[in-house]
Design a protein around this ligand. Structure first.
Ligand SMILES: [Zn+2]
Length: 234
């Protein structure tokens, strides 16, 4: 888990030697490009660690920084500055791609805050206390059981070269239902963003747990939708 640079310690600019506390792509004093640092994606854009962000402002800032890092601007610069401009561009692109997508932004910030999320943790202690996210959410047990039977039937029918319109219709309905459930998860996530963004440490700890659970549920639903789409499209 990487930590944000201690912002109380000033970093001296390589060019003008003025110390600045924010680790940014450009020196706030002389505007010279800075070497790529361990700065996190939020700090690349000068943003605080919050889930809710202004996407238009993010895009504007992305284009502004991209222009400032453009290779043409470094054609006559030294070799090291040229290399920094390439490395900073890669960092900027990663940061933009991650922050503009609501789900990857949520996962990224939760990880920065120390949460364990994603498939890599699904087998760990959560399996032991009965919350293994790879297991079917309780409210979906029956549905998933039916769905798996229908998916199997569909694959068999396909193998035999048969079409079953009623099966296709019922799988299409199932997909619609899972899409709606996923929308509900996304709305719940957005509500938690607000709770977390405006909350104190205690509120944030509770909200963080809820978001991790919502992301597990979302991943599960997403896999279901993918299975149905693949089977229908085969
Ligand atoms: Zn400087």
């Amino acid at each position: 888990m990487f930590k944000v640079l201690d912002s109380a310690v000033p970093i001296a600019c390589w060019s003008c030697s003025v110390g600045h506390v924010e680790s940014t792509l450009f020196c706030p004093h002389c505007s010279k490009i800075q070497p790529p640092s361990g700065s996190d994606f939020f700090h690349v854009f000068g943003l605080d660690h919050l889930f809710t962000i202004d996407l238009e402002a993010l895009e504007t800032e992305f284009h502004r920084l991209s222009r400032k890092l453009h290779p043409d601007r470094y054609a006559r610069a030294g070799e090291i500055e040229r290399q920094w401009s390439l490395a900073d561009t890669a960092l900027l692109n990663d940061a933009y791609r991650t922050l503009k997508d609501p789900i990857s932004r949520t996962e990224y910030l939760l990880k920065l805050e120390g949460a364990e999320i994603g498939e890599e943790f699904s087998g760990k202690d959560r399996a032991a206390n009965g919350k293994d996210p790879s297991r079917v959410p309780a409210d979906l047990l029956e549905e998933v059981f039916d769905l798996n039977m229908q998916l199997e039937e569909m694959r068999m029918a396909r193998k035999m070269g048969e079409e079953d319109p009623s099966l296709t219709a019922s799988l299409t309905d199932a997909k619609k239902k899972f899409d709606i459930l996923m929308d509900a998860v996304d709305q719940d996530l957005r509500r938690q963003w607000q709770v977390w963004d405006s909350g104190d440490d205690a509120v944030r700890a509770v909200s963080q747990k809820k978001m991790v659970a919502l992301l597990d549920r979302r991943r599960y639903l997403n896999n279901l939708v993918r299975d149905v789409t693949e089977t229908l499209g085969a």
